[in-house]
Write a protein that binds this ligand. Sequence first.
Ligand code: PLP
Length: 383
Amino acid sequence: MSKVYLDNAATTRMHDEVIDVMVKGMKINFGNPSSTHFFGRESKAAIENVRKVIARLTGVSSAEIIFTSCGTEANNLILRSCVEYLNVKRIITTRIEHSCVQETVNSLEENQHIRIDYVRINEKGEIDLTHLEELLQNSDEKTLVSIMHGNNEIANLNPIIEIGNLAREHQALFHSDMVQTLGHYEINLEELPLDFASSSAHKYHGPKGVGFAYIKKSTALKAQITGGGQERNLRSGTENLHGILGMGKAFEMAIDHLEDKTSYVSNLKAYAISKLSEAVPNIRFNGLSENPEKSLFAVLSISLPFKDDLIGFELELRGIAVSQGSACQSGAVQKSRVLTEIYPQEFINSTTPLRISFSKYNSEKDIDTLVTALSEIAQKHSK
Ligand code: PLP
C-alpha cells in the first residue's frame, strides 16, 4: 500500500539537498564552534554564514537572528525574557495561539503575576482589531502583544501589519509566532512593525530540533538559557551546528523556489477544496482556511458533518496521514482547543475535524486518495 502524507503543517520531509549539506557538515565541521583553534573557527564561520544568509533573506542584520532548538524555545525565550528583562507587566494575546505561547503566558500569569488579556475573535477566528485597540488604550503598564502570523490549526493569516501598527501607536512591543509563515512566504522582518518573531526549520523541509528567534537589536533582550554565552549571549549551549547548516540550506531553497512552490501548493489546496465539496455533502471549511487570500496556502482545516472518533484509524488503514485536532505528547488525540474556542459545543460534538496540509511533495493523486476515503466514510455515516 502506498502511503500518503498530508500532515505538512506538523512537519515536512527534509529535502535531499538539506540532508547532503548536513552530512557534509558532520564529516567536515566537527570542531566546537567556541574553540579558538582552526577546527573551531571553521565551525563558527559555518554558523555565521547561515546567520548571514537568513538575515539577508529576511531583511534584518545578522545580530538580530538567534539560533534556538526549535520554535517553542524561540517563543519561550522572547515571552519570558520580555517579562524578566524588559519590565513587561501585561501580555495581550489570543486564545488560539499555539500551545507553546498559550502555556507560556499561563505560566507567566501564574508565577510572575503578569496580566494576560485576550483579544476577542469571531466565529471564523478573525481578530477584533477594535477590541485590540481598546485593550491597548486601557493601560499604562508596559505591554507586549503576542499574536501569531499564520494559525497552525485553522490556517488564518492574521493582519500583522495592522496589529503591529496598533502596538506601536500605543508604545507596546509586538511578538509574532511566525513558525507557519517564515520559509513559506517572502517576509521582510525589518519592514514589519515587529520586535520579535520565531521560526522552525522542520516546517520548511529542514531538520527538526533547530529554529531561530528574530530579536530586534534595540530591544536589548537577555538570555533564558545561561552558560557559555553563545549566540551573542542570548542563548548559551554548544550550537546545533549541523541542524543550523540544514536550516540555512532549507531556508535558501524555500525562498529560491518560492513562487513556483506557492502556486503549485495553492493549486493543490484549491483542488482539494473543490473535490471535497463535491464528495462530502455539508463539509465545513474551518476558520478562513477556504479563503485563498486570508489563509495559509498549504493548510486546509475541515469539519466532517458526523462524529467519528475512529477516523484516524480508518484513514491509517488506507495509508493516509492527516492531523486530527491536536496530538498531545502521549500521541492521544485531544479535542481541538482552537475549534472549541470559535465554535459552539453542539457543533464540536457532532462533527469530526481534520487538518490537511500540503507540500511540493504531494500530488493531485494524494488528494484523490484522501477524497475517496472520506467520501466512503461519509456514505457509511449517512446510512
Ligand atoms: N508555533 C506554531 C504556530 C507551530 O505550528 C509550531 C509547531 O507545530 C510551533 C510553534 C512549535 O515549533 P517547534 O515544533 O519547532 O517547537
